[in-house]
Design a binder for this molecule. Sequence first.
Ligand SMILES: [Zn+2]
Ligand SMILES: [Zn+2]
Length: 202
Amino acid sequence: MNIRPDPHTEPLAYKPPKKFIGQDSLPHGYGDKQGDLICTHCMQPYNANTGHTMSQFCTKACGCCGTMDHQGRFCPARYVTWKFYSKNLRRFPRSDEGVKFWPDPQTLVILKAAGYSWATDLTDVADTKVAAPKRTIEDAGLPDTHDAKRQRPEDDTIMRLETKLQEKEDENVALRSQLADTQAELALIKNKLQAIKELAEI
Ligand SMILES: [Zn+2]
Ligand SMILES: [Zn+2]
């Protein structure tokens, strides 16, 4: 399921589970990204010492529904947006997970307009709100800023080098044409010399 369900043709993909834990109440640091702190399965902190580092291989009970019946799969009692899912789990939802997606604001408008009663009570979970618990440096957008800062001098360097290279190439062309001129002059002088030699021999 690597395509976001179309609310017009697959509205039920957005129907909330009877009892769910919404993405707005998931703990800070919840995710499968590098630097995330909380296992997306058991919702306990990751711990490299005990080998608890990847939610896919988590051996504990689900932190939402308390069962062991969906190890390696996302809990169907969790209600998050498509974007939240893909971003925090670093993968697309699988069809065998039976996950329902909290509609993003645009999708919610469509569902409400279509008159689904279950959509009426749903609140907006703007994806901007998802990012609100800035849990990791990545989420806080710091790498971007950092990259931007870092890239600028690099870009400058590349541009400077490219300019220099162009200058060198221009110099090369100039030198080559000078060389050709000199060679032509030399040939002319040789011819003249040859002529003088021939005259002297007469
Ligand atoms: Zn776990
Ligand atoms: Zn569960």
